[in-house]
Design a protein around this ligand. Structure first.
Ligand code: IVH
Length: 733
C-alpha cells in the first residue's frame, strides 16, 4: 500500500482512550467531529463502493462511541452526525428506487440502563405515560443480521424489491428478490392494503451459509466472512441467476408505504404478515413494562442470548418496539431512527491475536492516527484485521508493541478495540513503539498541543497527504462530484504539479497541453519539465482525457450546500453545510455574514450561533476558516471575478407547504397538551426550523407556563409571541 493510500483509512486520534464520562465538552466536540468524518468515509466505502475497510465490529464501535458522547453532550450533536443519517447513496449499476416512506435504522442499546433511558424517553415524549402506573406493551423480536429490504405489493402482487440504500433512495433488486422462495409473489386471500410495502431482512441460515462457503471453496470463489456478508453480497449482484443459486431467506418485520392501515398494534401486524404467507423472526414475545420494572424485557433478552446459537440463523441482539401503532405514529422518528423502537445488542466478544505492524496515517487536518495491523482473526464471525490505537498516549498507556499478542474486543457485536497486551507472550527482542516525531508522508515536524491527545503534522499545505485529502474531499461525490478525480488521479496531478488547489481543477483544461510546467517539489520533482497534454500520458487517451474535462465542466454549477460542504471546513459535514445554506440562502449572503460574524459581539455572530444544530466549537471552526487568507483566496479564485470559474446556486427550500414552513420558532416553558419534545418534532415535521435561542430572526416564540429569559428577550426584541393554543391554531390552519 502506498503512503497516500494508507491515509485513506483511519484518521482518528483524540480522546478515544478516555471514558465518555471523563470527556470535557471541548474534547467531546472534537471527537464528534472526527467521528462524523470518519463514519461518512466508511459509510461510503461500505454502501457505495462495496469495499469496506472496517469490520462491522470496528464500525459499530465507532458509532456506539459517537452515540455515547451524544447522550452525554446532547447540545453538541452535529447536524452531520452519523446518528442523523442511515446509510449511503445507492450503488451505481442498479436502478434507483425512491422510498416514499424512508427506510430507517435503529438506535443501539448495549446495557439495561440504555433500555431504561430509551423507555424514559418514550414516557417523556408521550404525556399520558408520565403516570408510572401506565403499562406499556413492548413487542420483542430477535434482531436478524442480514440485509434490509423493502417489497412493494400492488393489489397483492409483488411488483418490486429494493435495498435500503441511503434510506431515502435504494437500489432496485426486484429480479433478485423474486428468486427468494420465502417471499410471496402473490398475497393469498384478502385484507391486504392495495399498496403495501413489506419490509424485512434477507438473510442466510447458518447451514446455508456454511454450505455456500464450502461450495465456494471448491469452486475457487469468494469466501464470505459471515452470513450477513454472504446475504448482502448475493443481493448486490446485478445478475439475478447468482442470487437464485444462493440459499437466501426472508423475514418480515415492518412496513413502509401502505394505502390503508391494516393493524392497530405491531403484534397484530405481524400476525397479518404471517397470514399473508411471510415468515416471521421468532421467537418473539409481547411484554408488559411498567416504569419500575424492566424484568420481563431482561428475561426475554437473556432467553434469546442463551439460545442464540440454536436459532439456526445469525442474530446480533433483540429489537424492542412500542406495540401500539398510534403511539408509534406520535413518537415518530429522530433523524435516522424511530423513537418507538430500539435494538438491544449482545455483549462483547473477545479474542487474541498478534500485532504485525503499527502504521501512522495522516488525515485532512493533519491528525496522525496510529493503526495496529493485526494477524487476521475471526471474532464472532467477523474478520478483524485492524484496530485503531487512537493516539500516542493510548500506545504508551497500554505499552502496545509490534509483535505483541493482544486481547481484542468487539463490543455490541462489533468492535475491535485492543483491551490489553498479554505480557507473558511478549517476544524477547521486543522494543517499545516510538511515536513518529515527523510526518510519515511529508517529514514535517509532528506536534501536540498541550491538553490535546492528538498529534498533528505541521506540514499544512506542504504535506501531500493533507492537500490530497482536501482535494479529494472537494471533488468527492457529495461535494463537486467530479468523476475521474478520485484519490489516484488527484495524487498524480498533485505530484506532477498540475493541481495544487481547488482552483487549479477548473483551469486544468485550459492549461492542458499548453506547455504547463509540472513540479511542486513533491516527490523530489524540481518543476523543470514541460508536461505533455493529458491524452498522451501513460494510461490516458483521447477519450479518458475528454471525459475528465467534461466531468469538470459539468461540475461548474453547484448548489450552495454542496459548495459549503466541499470546502472541507473542520466539523462542517453535509448536514451542517445544509443548515448554513438553508439559513443564509445565497453564497454572497453567507460570506457577508461570516465576515461580519468575526466580531463575537456582532448581531451576525449571535445569528450564526442561534442556528439549531451548530455548537460554539463548530462556529469557531467556520469563522477561523473564513479568516484564513489562503481560504479566502480559494473562495475568491473559484467564485470571484467577472467570469467566475464556478457558479454557486442559491439554496432552494423544499416545498413543504404549511403556515410555518421555513419559519424559525423557539419553544419555551412547559406546554399543556404535549411534551416539549413532541412539540418540537411536530414543528420540524411541518418544515419549521426549531431554534434553541431567541434572536432577531426568530419568527415565533411559543410560550408555555413558567417561561423565563427567552420570553423576556422575545419581548425586548418585539418578536411574535404565541400561546400554545395560538400555535396549535396556526399549524392547523
Ligand atoms: S424494525 C425503522 N425489526 O436492523 C426501522 N429491524 O440495525 C425499523 N433488523 O434497519 C426496523 N431485525 O434492517 C426491525 N426485528 C427487526 C429487525 C430489524 C433486524 C435490522 C433492520 C434495521 C437494522 C438496524
Amino acid at each position: 500500500m502506498t503512503k497516500l493510500a494508507q491515509n485513506r483509512t483511519l484518521n482518528r486520534t483524540s480522546n478515544m482512550d478516555k471514558a465518555v464520562q471523563q470527556l470535557d465538552a471541548q474534547e467531546a466536540s472534537t471527537e464528534l467531529a472526527e467521528l462524523a468524518n470518519l463514519l461518512a468515509y466508511h459509510d461510503n466505502l461500505y454502501h457505495a463502493e462495496d469495499a469496506p475497510e472496517l469490520s462491522d465490529a470496528d464500525y459499530d464501535a465507532l458509532r456506539q462511541r459517537n452515540n455515547a458522547i451524544e447522550v452525554r453532550f446532547p447540545e453538541l450533536i452535529r447536524a452531520d452526525s452519523p446518528s442523523q443519517k442511515v446509510g449511503a447513496e445507492p450503488a451505481k449499476g442498479f436502478k434507483k428506487v425512491i422510498h416514499r416512506v424512508p427506510m430507517l435504522s435503529l438506535d443501539n442499546a448495549f446495557v439495561e440502563d440504555d433500555i431504561k433511558d430509551w423507555l424514559d424517553g418514550v414516557r417523556n415524549f408521550l404525556r399520558e405515560l408520565k403516570d408510572p402506573d401506565v403499562i406499556v406493551e413492548i413487542d420483542c423480536e430477535p434482531k436478524i443480521d442480514g440485509l434490509s429490504c423493502s417489497l412493494r405489493y400492488k393489489n397483492g402482487v409483488l411488483v418490486s424489491g429494493a435495498t435500503r440504500g441511503s434510506g431515502g433512495v435504494g437500489e432496485d433488486i426486484t429480479a433478485n428478490v423474486k428468486t427468494i422462495s420465502d417471499i410471496p409473489k402473490k398475497l393469498p386471500g384478502e385484507g391486504w392494503p392495495e399498496v403495501l410495502e413489506v419490509r424485512g431482512e434477507v438473510y442466510m441460515t447458518d447451514d446455508g451459509f456454511l454450505k455456500l462457503n464450502a461450495e465456494q471453496e471448491i469452486a475457487g470463489g469468494k469466501i464470505f466472512a459471515n452470513p450477513r456478508n454472504a446475504a448482502a453480497g448475493s443481493m448486490r449482484q446485478l445478475d439475478a441467476t447468482i442470487a437464485a443459486r444462493r440459499p437466501l431467506r426472508f423475514y418480515a418485520y415492518t412496513w413502509g408505504e401502505i394505502s390503508a392501515p391494516f393493524a392497530t398494534t405491531q403484534w397484530e401486524a405481524r400476525a397479518k404478515f404471517k397470514s399473508w404467507g411471510f415468515e416471521l423472526n421468532e421467537p418473539s414475545r409481547l411484554v408488559k413494562v411498567s416504569e419500575i420494572s424492566l424484568s420481563e424485557l431482561v428475561a426475554y433478552y437473556q432467553d434469546i442470548e442463551r439460545n442464540r446459537s440454536s436459532l439456526g440463523f445469525s442474530i446480533d441482539g433483540i429489537v424492542l418496539k412500542v406495540n401500539r401503532l398510534d403511539w408509534q405514529n406520535r413518537l415518530g422518528f429522530v433523524s435516522r431512527s424511530p423513537r418507538w423502537a430500539t435494538a438491544w445488542k449482545f455483549a462483547p466478544e473477545r479474542a487474541q491475536t498478534v500485532i504485525n505492524a503499527i502504521e501512522c496515517q495522516v488525515g485532512r487536518s493533519g491528525k496522525i492516527t496510529p493503526v495496529a495491523h493485526l494477524a487476521p482473526i475471526s471474532v464472532g464471525g467477523v474478520l478483524v484485521q485492524r484496530a485503531t490505537l487512537h493516539n500516542a498516549d493510548e500506545i504508551l498507556r497500554k505499552d502496545v508493541r509490534v509483535g505483541d499478542t493482544v486481547m481484542i474486543q468487539r463490543a455490541g457485536d462489533v468492535i475491535p478495540q485492543i483491551i490489553g497486551v498479554l505480557q507473558d507472550a511478549r517476544p524477547e527482542n521486543s522494543v517499545p513503539y516510538i511515536f513518529p516525531t515527523h510526518c510519515p508522508v511529508c517529514d514535517s515536524l509532528v506536534v501536540r498541543e498541550e491538553g490535546d491527545a492528538g498529534s498533528f503534522c505541521t506540514g499544512g499545505l506542504v504535506c501531500a497527504a493533507q492537500v490530497i485529502e482536501r482535494l479529494k474531499h472537494f471533488a468527492s461525490r457529495d461535494a463537486f462530484d467530479i468523476e475521474g478525480l478520485g484519490e489516484k488521479n488527484i495524487a498524480l496531478f498533485y505530484e506532477r504539479g498540475l493541481i495544487k488547489t481547488p482552483v487549479d481543477i477548473f483551469t486544468l483544461e485550459d492549461r492542458d497541453g499548453k506547455g504547463i510546467k509540472g513540479g511542486n517539489g513533491a516527490s523530489g520533482d524540481t518543476g523543470a519539465r514541460v508536461l505533455p497534454p493529458l491524452r498522451v500520458w501513460e494510461g490516458w487517451g483521447e477519450t479518458s482525457a475528454a471525459k475528465l474535462f467534461t466531468a469538470i465542466r459539468h461540475a461548474k454549477v453547484i448548489s450552495l450546500d454542496r459548495f459549503i460542504y466541499s470546502l472541507g471546513i473542520h466539523q462542517v459535514g453535509q448536514a451542517t453545510a445544509r443548515l448554513l445554506a438553508k439559513h443564509y440562502l445565497s453564497l454572497s449572503e453567507w460570506r457577508l455574514c461570516m465576515n461580519a460574524a468575526q466580531d463575537p459581539d456582532s448581531e451576525a455572530y449571535a445569528n450564526l450561533i442561534s442556528i439549531n444544530g451548530l455548537g460554539e466549537s463548530m462556529v469557531n471552526d467556520i469563522l477561523s476558516f473564513i479568516a484564513e487568507p489562503h481560504n479566502s483566496e480559494v473562495l475568491e479564485g473559484l467564485t470571484g471575478g467577472s467570469e467566475p470559474l464556478v457558479t454557486v446556486t442559491d439554496f432552494e427550500r423544499p416545498s413543504t407547504l404549511s403556515a410555518v414552513s421555513g419559519k424559525t420558532v423557539v419553544f419555551t416553558g412547559n406546554l399543556d397538551t404535549m411534551s416539549r419534545n413532541e412539540a418540537k418534532a411536530q414543528a420540524e415535521g411541518l418544515g419549521a426550523n426549531v431554534a434553541g435561542s431567541v434572536s432577531k430572526k426568530t419568527d415565533f416564540v411559543i410560550v408555555g407556563a413558567s417561561a423565563g429569559s427567552k420570553e423576556k428577550k422575545a419581548r425586548e426584541l418585539n418578536l411574535t409571541i404565541l400561546s400554545e393554543a395560538q400555535w396549535l391554531a396556526l399549524i392547523k390552519s
